[in-house]
Design a protein around this ligand. Structure first.
Ligand code: GAP
Length: 519
């Protein structure tokens, strides 16, 4: 476990040091769970998303893309059920004050003996006294731990201190709310207070009244990209003359007011999704579900070093969303254990029917060959792009014992990113900063720029140090210009993973790299 958190710390530190991911608004103390992608992070994220778009849209005849507004008509969220049901069951620990999701807490059966754990002896002593005072229960303190408590009927305990003394579960809407139009919602509430509209109201009634006033101008930042594909089903199908089965893909930002934020960028409030809604004839949905589940796990594995760390997990009946007929998660073995990377759900005809019901539009499909009309079923592969970025960083991070230039023991940190995902594809390095080498190296790097291949000219520090720097950011190939280059027109190409070098002609450098980058 210590090793696992070490690995995450190393990745977080590398991300900051080398310009992959920074904490948002860091100079102001940071904003919890918001992150900025730096010069290398934005390249990696775009490369993942471009590869997804290429494989899901450009390489298929049966999928087209859209790019919809982030703010949609608020009725979309009423129809989709997000306004009513998009919430997490939240609980507060009465002892350590941790707020956590009940469905993610460690389980404990009634009567199980518990060992409560605190950061230090003082905190353990405070907790001991609080429990005695509030619940008249005397536990035994042993250093930073408290013994003698047992689990109650809740079925879970606090993930931070293991206490069974918890608040009731509360539902919390995860959608970010804003307002649109000329009416200032706070002004409207203030005017209502002045008029005395709230006199005598309290609790739920007061809240409902305020809700009624502010509802007129309320809009929401989308919590998933998916709904636009249902709402635009008819426009896309008709404008592109698509025949069922076909898919609509979209990638972009989604927003959730996540209360429990975890593991760096794994769960954040602003993140990017890559989703596709695949519309098919009812009755063919099981087959498509199998097809897309297998296709999606294979896609993630294609870019990884260790495919065994990905698995498909079918959802238990109790885990399924009320509208879903079935669901598979593509899971990854993160440093803290298995967790979700993508969900592939059979959403049946639920969404199209709900939007038809709430909007009044007639949403269905007429099959001209079979001469029949039906409401398509939907298979939805829904992936996290920013979560994918974390997965590939974990997958790529490697430490190797390699002697340094003086022959002493040293550690080489390598990001073994798939070349198609690597932020910089090739570094062009003059061996020394003289004898015409920098000029020749500039000529070589220019050839890459002209082809639109992400390349870097780098002359700072000794050559060994430059190789290590590019290993650490995942640059798959370094091209070195040396004395021989000026004599016979060849350069060395060094492979990041094997560190092997060979000579190729300068004239062939671009086509060589293009060949290596091909699928
Ligand atoms: N349309 C279905 C949908 O949105 P989801 O399982 O809630 O399903 C799909 O989200 C994917 O989006 C997840 O598998 C995960 O990779 C990513 N995701 C969801 N919430 C996230 C968050 N708060 N931070 C980062 N990624 C998130």
């Amino acid at each position: 476990m210590a090793q696992d958190s070490d690995l995450m710390q190393k990745i977080v530190s590398l991300c900051k040091r080398r310009g992959f991911v920074f904490q948002s608004s860091e100079i102001y103390g940071g904003l919890k769970s918001a992150y900025d992608y730096g010069p290398l992070g934005v390249e990696l994220k775009r490369n993942i998303m471009s590869a997804w778009w290429r494989d899901m849209v450009h390489r298929r005849e049966d999928v087209v893309g859209i790019d919809a507004s982030i703010i949609m008509h608020p009725k979309v969220w009423e129809a989709s059920g997000h306004l009513a049901g998009f919430s997490d069951p939240l609980v507060d620990c009465h002892i350590c004050k941790e707020r956590f999701r009940a469905d993610k807490a460690p389980t404990a059966a009634e009567g199980d003996a518990l060992v409560l754990e605190y950061a230090d002896k003082a905190r353990a002593q405070t907790a001991l006294e609080l429990i005695k005072e509030r619940y008249a229960i005397e536990l035994q303190r042993d250093g930073k731990t408290l013994k003698g408590a047992t689990a109650g009927t809740r079925g879970y305990v606090c993930p931070n201190c293991k206490s069974p003394w918890l608040s009731d579960e509360r539902q919390f809407n995860l959608m970010f709310r804003s307002s649109i139009g000329p009416v200032d919602p706070l002004g409207a509430v203030a005017a209502a207070v002045e008029r005395g509209d709230f006199a005598g109201l309290g609790g739920r009634e007061l809240r409902a009244k305020i809700e009624e006033i502010t509802k007129e101008s309320a809009v929401y930042l989308r919590p998933e990209t998916a709904q636009a594909m249902f709402v635009q089903f008819l426009n896309v199908q008709q404008s592109m003359a698509m025949k069922v089965p076909f898919g609509i893909a979209q990638m972009g930002k989604s927003f959730r007011n996540e209360i429990t934020v975890e593991h760096f960028i794994f769960r954040s409030c602003e993140f990017e999704q890559m989703e596709m809604e695949f519309f098919c004839e009812p009755g063919t949905d099981d087959e498509w579900m199998t097809y897309w589940s297998e296709a999606r796990i294979a896609w993630w594995q294609k870019f990884s070093n260790d495919p065994s760390k990905f698995r498909l997990r079918p959802h238990e009946k109790s885990e399924l969303a009320h509208y879903a007929k079935g669901c598979f998660d593509v899971e990854y073995l993160y440093p803290w254990g298995w967790g979700e990377l993508e969900g592939i759900a059979n959403r049946t005809d639920y969404d199209l029917k709900k939007h038809a019901e709430h909007s009044g539009a007639k949403i269905s499909y007429f099959d001209p060959e079979a001469q029949k009309r039906f409401v398509p079923y939907v298979i939805e592969p829904a992936a996290g792009a920013t979560r994918g970025l974390l997965v590939y960083l974990v997958d790529a991070y490697t430490e190797e014992a390699v002697p340094d230039a003086k022959g002493e023991d040293a550690t080489r940190v390598v990001l073994k990113l798939h070349p198609q995902l690597a932020p910089i594809k090739v570094a062009v390095l003059p061996l020394v900063k003289k004898n015409g080498m920098p000029e020749k190296a500039r000529e070589v790097v220019d050839q890459f720029f002209r082809r639109g291949i992400s390349a870097r000219y780098d002359e700072q520090h000794a050559i060994g140090k430059r190789y290590r720097r590019h290993d650490e950011i995942g640059t798959p190939w370094c091209l070195t210009i040396d004395g021989q280059t000026l004599e016979d027109g060849t350069l060395t190409i060094r492979d990041r993973d094997t560190m092997q070098q060979r000579r190729i002609s300068v004239a062939d450098a671009v086509s060589e790299i293009e060949g290596l980058l091909r699928d």
